[in-house]
Design a protein around this ligand. Structure first.
Ligand code: AGP
Length: 603
């Protein structure tokens, strides 16, 4: 999703803006740009492609400016071109935008009929033209922002600078926006992500929807003013010290953030168990058994949805609590049947996924309590939920989610144990420690998965299969491979292949079959059906198994002992490595795969 950084202060805005945008590159984008106040004028410099293209231009210009805004664009309306890149500017204002203006085409037609001209195909430029129109009528920036914002619909955040002053302005609706101050250095910052302000702004503020933020830097101080749309002072802001650190921003000895994050899982699993069973997380989870809902409505997107399917198994098998699991973009429009005795459970790494946020809002409108399983404290979902279950994964930089999935599912497992009052049973903590150890063993065997990848990466297609809780693992394994290797892969319930997909099988198709101890023989039969049609067989199952040895072209044996519930999370790490090594052989951009964004803040 788009990245936004704004700066005003005694320093050179270029440095802070480019540093901030660099930190947001992991979110995914396809063009970038900056607008600087230079000699009293607004100068826009923008370029399609990677941020390095913009840096190259700036290095030649070597501009020095005290006020500016920058943007990395993930295209929603309009092709990936320099004209469509942000900022959008004219002689009065410059604007950057994250999100979608849903009524942009109607507004654009009306403005064009009034004689206003447009330079781009974007919805974002409509905000600039409206703002300019109202400013020409009122000569008042705050009034113009209010009038403009009242007219547009959709989830968006906007940051604005103007020729008339060195102020920073920001406003948002169901999209991320944070403002920051450094009172010591008299600097003001705005961004779509607090991570961009780490080390710059000790104090950050999260404005609520519809609050106009105005950052003012004078000779003696820096201050943000906040206004409602009627321009009365607003108090709808949450402030906090910027507790984030920079350590997440280094790959250490790893070639990719994704590889680092795969390797972090073992220790993070161990820490999460300690957090919820022995430390401060205990009080968050332990009263779950006092208000067990009639049902959970689990909604999420992508990998988080797969984690929801795993959690459904835990809640229904352990607690006999009915769980509905929906893809968020489906749930929000299906007029779901909800009951006040039920709970909405929203799973999200970023806490900013538009479809998931919309589901949370839908539940809130119907007085349904909202729980979140979430990684980013202070995110929109975090602030809007009744109860938050943090996964403490640390910053996940790789666009393809790895450690977040494992910790989302594990948090769900811990919640299921809390609801069945078995959190303190020794075998619960022991199983999690065993999982941590087994994931570590998997990480130590990475070379084996690399060899498998070398033998299959050139194949035409991949079908991941599993039964029971291994079915969502098959879905997640397929998604990982699609995301980072750009190859066609599907996840299927193992018993389902004979109902159609088996027609795909030939010597150019690989079946990566997860064969768990449960329903072992039935799953082996499914694999035999594929083998009979010359499919390439990769199995991931219990080690030292002669049947799997004989059946497989490539057999990855694991120790499932001591993991009656959490083995699927161990298996998933193997699939993460297989995807990683295939992607490396394909030479793709593993940490920032094409077309993808880390947080999809638009519909
Ligand atoms: C996972 O590898 C993908 N990056 C994507 O499916 C992601 O899980 C999905 O967009 C949901 O994101 P969230 O967890 O931040 O809500």
């Amino acid at each position: 999703m788009c990245g936004i950084v704004g700066y005003s202060g005694p320093g050179n805005s270029v440095n802070s803006i480019i540093e901030g945008l660099s930190r947001l590159e992991y979110r995914g984008y396809d063009s970038s740009g900056i607008c600087l106040k230079l000699n009293g004028e607004l100068q826009v410099i923008k370029k399609e492609g990677k941020l390095d293209n913009l840096k190259e231009i700036l290095n030649k210009m070597n501009p020095s400016s005290h006020t500016g805004i920058g943007h990395t664009r993930w295209a929603t309306h309009g092709a990936v071109t320099t004209d469509n890149a942000h900022p959008h500017g004219n002689e009065i204002f410059a604007v950057v935008h994250n999100g979608i203006i849903e009524n942009a085409s109607i507004l654009k037609k009306e403005l064009q009929a009034e004689g206003w001209e447009f330079k781009s195909q974007t919805d974002s430029e409509v905000f600039l033209v409206l703002l300019t129109k109202f400013y020409k009528q009122t000569s008042n920036t705050l009034q113009s922002i209010s009038k403009t914002f009242n007219l547009i619909t959709g989830n968006s955040s906007f940051v604005i600078i103007e020729k008339a002053s060195d102020k920073l302005y920001g406003i948002k609706r169901s999209a991320p926006l944070v403002v920051g101050e450094n009172k010591e250095t008299r600097e003001a910052f705005v961004s779509s992500d607090p991570f961009a302000l780490v080390g710059f702004a000790p104090n950050i503020y999260f404005p609520q929807d519809g609050v106009i933020c105005e950052g003012v830097v004078s000779e003696t101080e820096v201050k943000f003013n906040f206004y409602e749309l009627d321009l009365k002072p607003s108090t709808r802001i949450k402030s906090q010290a910027n507790a984030m650190t920079m350590d997440a921003n280094s790959k250490g000895d790893y070639e990719h953030y994704m590889l680092k994050e795969i390797h972090e899982q073992s220790s993070l699993v161990d820490k999460l168990a300690g957090f919820y069973i022995k430390n401060e997380g205990r009080k968050v989870i332990e009263d779950l058994d006092k208000s067990i809902p009639a049902a959970f409505h689990i909604t999420a997107c992508g990998t988080a949805w797969h984690a929801g399917l795993v959690i459904k198994n835990y809640f229904e098998m352990d607690n006999r609590i009915r769980c509905f699991v929906d893809i968020a973009s489906e749930f929000r429009y299906k007029n779901p049947i909800l009951n006040k005795k039920e709970v909405g459970l929203f799973i999200s790494q970023s806490g900013e996924t538009a479809d998931t946020l919309a589901c949370q809002e839908l539940c809130t409108e119907q007085d349904i309590a909202s729980y979140s399983i979430i990684n980013v404290e202070g995110s929109t979902l975090f602030r809007n939920s009744t109860k938050n279950f943090l996964i403490h994964a640390g910053r996940e930089i790789g666009v393809a989610s790895t450690k977040a999935f494992t910790l989302q599912a594990l948090t769900g497992f811990l919640m299921s144990r809390a609801m069945s009052k078995t959190l303190d049973k020794p075998e619960v903590y022991q199983e999690i420690i065993t999982l941590s150890q087994r994931i570590n063993e998997v990480c130590e065997n990475s070379e084996q998965y690399k060899t498998v990848a070398e033998n299959i990466f050139h194949k035409k297609g991949f079908i991941f299969t599993g039964r029971g809780t291994y079915f969502p693992i098959a879905l997640e394994g397929a998604l990982k491979l699609k995301e980072i290797a750009y190859v066609h892969a599907e996840g299927y319930a193992a018993g389902e292949l004979k109902h159609g997909p088996i027609a795909l099988i030939d010597e150019d198709i690989v079946n990566i079959a997860v064969v768990g101890p449960e329903l072992f023989e039935k799953t082996v039969s499914n694999v035999e059906e594929v083998k009979a049609r010359r499919g390439v067989i990769v199995t991931v199952g219990p080690k030292n198994n002669s049947e799997l040895e004989h059946l497989s072209d490539f057999y990855i044996g694991l120790n499932f002992d001591g993991l009656p519930n959490l083995a699927p999370l161990m298996v998933n790490v193997v699939l993460q490595f297989v995807a990683y090594h295939i992607a490396k052989l394909k030479g793709t951009d593993i940490d920032k795969p094409r077309n993808l964004a880390k947080s999809v803040t638009v519909e």
